[in-house]
Design a binder for this molecule. Sequence first.
Ligand code: AGP
Length: 611
Amino acid sequence: MCGIVGMVGDRDAVPVLIEGLKRLEYRGYDSAGLAVLHENDVALRRAVGRLSALESELAAHPLSGSIGIGHTRWATHGEASVRNCHPHAAAEGRLALVHNGIIENYQELKKDLTAKGILFSSDTDTEVLAATIADCQQDGADLLEALRCALSKARGAYALGLLSLDAPETLYAARLGSPLIVGKGSSGYFIASDVPAILPQVDEVIYLEDGEIARLTPAGVEIWNLAGEAQVLKWVKVEMEESAVDAGGFETFMLKEIHEQTRVLRGLMERYVMDGQIVLPELNMSVGHIRTLQRMMIVSCGTAYYAAMYGRLLIENYTSIAVETDLGSEFRYRSPKIQPGTLVATVSQSGETADTLASVQMAKGAGCPILTICNVFGSSLVRESDHLIYTHAGPEIGVASTKAFTAQLMCFVFLTLYLAEARGELTAETREELLAELQRIPTAIHRVLENKEHIRKIAEQHHDGPSSLYLGRRYNYPMALEGALKNKEISYQHAEGYAAGEMKHGPIALINESLPVICICTETEDEVAEKMISNVREVQARSGRIIAIATEGDTRLDDITEDIIFVPRICECMSPLVNVVALQLLAYYAAQARGTDIDKPRNLAKSVTVE
Ligand code: AGP
């Protein structure tokens, strides 16, 4: 959601900004722009649509300059139009601002400024912030003071980059609640929403803390807090490889990331399983604490919420801890009865999801310790947490989450085993069985990937209808939800995930000969397995187009459907890690057949940093 990049250096900033913006495309955007200090002017170029539109604008009206800021905008306040594009100018064009976040009191600020005769040309909160900075400067303040003054008036969240003719060698940056980093490299100093945006340019970065303001000049970086106190610079070496952020020969990032899952999960096991024991170095939770746990609440959004649902089933099955799950956007607006001491866990790829973050802040206020399962180091959720498990999936560029999700599922397996062991609720035999099963997962996923042509053919046969239904039970109910979400996100086909046992309570009315019904039937052993097959027969009886995911060697579906995706036999509680890969591929090939922009689906943002 909105991406920021900026540079002050010894070469032309424009190509660096454009490359940075391309690397931020995955976050989701509907317009883009940049500003550079050019021939004693703050020159803006802005365009609606893909970055190619901005490049055409630059080709028609070229710019150059060694100090600049760029922005990809995902519309919140005001439609996607050139006048609402960032950067926004103020002070008669002497300053330009890019911003990610929302200034909640912008209407109030705008009213005061309008009363002073200031005119606005956009509908955005960002232009109001730019004008507030300019207004603070009117009182004779230098730019740093004016920025601090404006930020003290603003309520809400921001990551921002600011340049001005009044400080021609300088780029200012600030963050509160939205991510921003400062980087240094051989050609200058940089700001960006994330490391991949400036990876080729930098060797070291600083993750700005909330309430910090940075000043970047060709001579170096200084950082202050909002009270004006200088801060120690905490440079961190960048470890990320360039290959982590290119498509590596795959036609899309999503397909690359689907294929990466075997490697990511193997890597996770190498990291967290040692000599048959689970070792979670960043969990930082004493055995004494774990033994006192009675309740746990897991809060997250989207795909990560389905990982939480899976985590709940596992933890409740193998420990005596009572677990609840909730969506961040619901949790924060209800009156959850969380006692101090309830472990509140979050799951998040980005670590920046606004509703999850707000829920954590609420839980902290209630005296709850926070555990976060997250993919991004230094992210906001990570900073708010007492206990951590990193998913180590590497940068996930495709908007639709794949490898981060299976890594979250595996981290829940580790967490469950760790908690159960510490509480004395796990027998050595069960631990060994589960660990042995876990070791089989990457190879099982590899087998699903080898079967992708078959999955593609099935997707191509069924992609054309207006809707589809996904059914699963117990551990595979959250996978039905995730399969449907993947399909919606990238193929734009309406899809609904349902607990198979709930079908009779409504969705069965939808079933006819044109509705694809994707049934996850990999359970083979207990009453859930039988019930699932009964549900499939109910779909069959109403002529639904059944696509089944089933265990290799299972013949129960032979007389029901020809469209079966067989997956290797894995115990039910870990089967979701394999089954979901088949669902990812099914969605992928349906999207391909429907001709959508798979890595950048319409209207979606990779990290949802505003409500
Ligand atoms: C996943 O495919 C989605 N794009 C989305 O639901 C995502 O999982 C959700 O926004 C949560 O993001 P997070 O994991 O970064 O918190």
